[in-house]
Design a protein around this ligand. Sequence first.
Ligand SMILES: Nc1ncnc2c1ncn2[C@@H]1O[C@H](COP(=O)(O)OP(=O)(O)OP(=O)(O)O)[C@@H](O)[C@H]1O
Ligand code: SF4
Ligand SMILES: [Mg+2]
Length: 511
Amino acid sequence: MAQNKEVLLRISNLKQYFPLKKGRVVKANDGISIDIYKGETFGLVGESGCGKSTLGRTILQLYHQTYGRTMYYGRSLDDLAPRYMLDTIKNLPKLRKAWHELAEKEKKLQAEYDALSEEAQYAKHGELDQAKKLTEDAMLNLTKIVGGLIVVEDLQPVMSLYEKAYHISREITDLDDALLDAQVTQADVEFALSKGKGSQAKVDAAAQKCKEIEAKIAALRRQIDAVRGEIQLLRERSRHLPEFEKYEAYRDDGIDLARLTYNEMRKLRRDMQLIFQDPYSSLNPRMSVGQIISEGMKAHGMIHKQDERMQEMVLKVMDQCGLAPYFLHRFPHQFSGGQRQRIGIARALATHPKFVVCDEAVSALDVSIQAQIINLLQDLKEQENLTYLFITHDLSVVKYISDRIGVMYLGSMVELADSQEIFDNPVHPYTEALLNAIPTTEEESRKELQILEGDIPSPVNPPKGCKFHTRCAYCTEICKQVVPAWEEVSPNHFVACHHKLHRASEKKEKG
Ligand SMILES: Nc1ncnc2c1ncn2[C@@H]1O[C@H](COP(=O)(O)OP(=O)(O)OP(=O)(O)O)[C@@H](O)[C@H]1O
Ligand code: SF4
Ligand SMILES: [Mg+2]
């Protein structure tokens, strides 16, 4: 079902390492690549400590991402005009040279690798793989922005046109902010007038201000269209160049979240929210429900002040989340766990996000309340066109709510497929073990997910090769040496296991 959907987030080779003492690191996320589609619920499961929360938070850039790309398609590159775009354009020749050098290095390594025995290749595999990823990253960072134009010999005209386009986009984004501000002011004075305060003159002045900004934006849009026309012309003229079409295919209008500055990411926070596990510690005890819910709206300039209009907006969100209006001035300690979770959800939804990470959002609640909150999340998703990353260690919950499920083990994604497919045809031995361990009683389900004999290895010093090999019943020699590739076993079903084909066909025979 997922293959025709639009991608909202494309995560490639994401790494999140946390430094420890003595130069050691926790590899909490170690090279994860997934797409999250617009409108889906992507379930994320795995044992405690496997890196689920880290992945959710890294996607939201609550951590400084160690490595990899997190492409966001909820807005276009021109909408935001991030600084890294200009840096790339200005440095095109230098960056292109660095990319070619990496490609040379990779070629040399490949030649060395090919000359080795199979045994010795196992040992060298990681290094070659790493070199390939570096080359690819360097290439993508360039081609995402300029596409096939990266092959033209004289990059000067490319750079100057792109720089021009960048500066106009930048001006437009600044004016967009000013427009939002003017619109909020207009709504404020209109609201005041409807309550018999203020004056018509104030409303007219505010409307006039909006019009002026809109006119400026329209003029800039005409300018940028003209520059784009020139860039397109350059493209047409370069099409005959060798490799042009190949690199042109990499052109990409998404925003690489991992490369944004703090302020740029702050702007996007409105689009991307987090619902926490613990509704007790995540709400500020000194703030009223109204203040908690309106905080994000204010921070993103959606409202200006603490007035009746704001109250109306907050009450609307509260109503959506099943919170009675008289809760508005109460404080978190006056509520039950389920109600607090509704407050947390209302806070997340108040900025009208596109993407929400629900990190064990129902795990701390009683089973009967869990069902209510899950239903609320489902309803809100429909109403608001949301996309969820739903993190849980509870497989019965994830099956019910998710369109697709990703299974993580020790910082890596090991299997990904449609929810039903994961439950009907698990291919990775770890997924199979997880499913066999689904608790059947409520008491069992309260315990932490503990599925297999043997300790989970440490993410500081994970096993070589397949990280699961120390606990896997199907392990062979290659598993101990070579990291299994992430590959599609059947349409939209991805697995990282050396023996996946064997296992997949074995299952088919059994089924
Ligand atoms: N800020 C941090 N500093 C250092 N190590 C961290 C940090 N956050 C997480 N870790 C480590 O990274 C690994 C992954 O942790 P994470 O919280 O992402 O796991 P999880 O899958 O969410 O687990 P749980 O199901 O218990 O919530 C763990 O080994 C954890 O100790
Ligand atoms: S690669 Fe080998 S050790 Fe890893 S899950 Fe597959 S069979 Fe088991
Ligand atoms: Mg967690």
